[in-house]
Design a protein around this ligand. Structure first.
Ligand SMILES: C[S@@+](CC[C@H](N)C(=O)[O-])C[C@H]1O[C@@H](n2cnc3c(N)ncnc32)[C@H](O)[C@@H]1O
Length: 221
């Protein structure tokens, strides 16, 4: 991993999550079920972004399917664990690790075929992430709901979804494929969302050209 960016050195989120990951035993690198579900659906060309990735296997799963993946997190300990596992699996060429404070992360609009974020909520990051999805691509999110504060009153309200969110915050041009409340038996109460951005004319044309064989399909198509 590269050096910690100076502006993140004293960031409270970095310190909190580094402490958690440092104290953790074996890491499974299991892909999140929502990421596995999203990656099983048809996707346009393009890379995947896994936001607040932690040491999760979602980016690794995308890369194992031949798709470039960008894994973003503020914790250098989490990214170090991801790096080690990507090396072990021979996937470093397909995985880009980005240490960033997500509210300040600025992806190129329309640049990702799939943006995944699980276990993290920030309304402004959701808006940025939605804008980063390319035509025909997917946005997959899962976060705690306000009910989680009844179980853990110390949780910051800004980290929890309000009723109807995040679907209610989608910009126009997205279709909700799934939005489900997940019971809090083993976890805190949370809600997921899977939404597809309408295909743009440009994406439709590219798909038709590929179907005609004007240019070869990439590995992940
Ligand atoms: C509950 S974990 C979720 C990890 C993984 N996505 C999963 O579902 O297992 C939350 C993650 O958010 C990251 N995180 C917290 N605050 C952040 C911030 N401001 N910018 C980027 N990542 C952040 C933490 O480092 C941690 O890896």
């Amino acid at each position: 991993m590269q050096k910690v960016p100076r502006e993140l050195a004293g960031h409270p989120d970095r310190q909190r999550w580094n402490d958690r990951y440092q104290g953790r035993g074996a890491v499974s690198f299991e892909p999140h079920p929502l990421a596995a579900a999203a990656l099983a659906l048809p996707l346009p060309d393009g890379p995947v972004a896994d936001l607040a990735c932690g040491p999760s296997g979602s980016a690794l799963l995308a890369a194992a399917a031949g798709r470039p993946a960008t894994a973003v997190d503020i914790s250098d300990v989490a990214l170090g664990l991801m790096d080690g596992e990507a090396r072990r699996r021979g996937l470093t060429d397909l995985i880009t690790l980005v240490q960033a404070d997500l509210p300040a992360w600025r992806p190129e609009p329309g640049s990702y075929a799939l943006v995944i974020c699980t276990g993290y909520w920030d309304r402004s990051v959701f808006e940025t992430a939605a804008a980063a999805v390319t035509g025909g691509g997917l946005l997959a999110w899962e976060a705690l709901t306000a009910e989680a504060r009844q179980v853990r009153p110390g949780l910051c309200p800004a980290w929890c979804l309000e009723p109807g969110q995040p679907a209610s915050l989608l910009p126009s041009g997205f279709t909700v494929l799934e939005s489900a409340d997940l019971p809090g038996e083993h976890h805190l109460p949370r809600r997921n969302l899977l939404a597809r951005r309408d295909e743009t004319q440009e994406a439709r044309n590219a798909g038709k050209a590929r179907d005609r064989g004007d240019y070869p399909a990439p590995d992940w198509a």
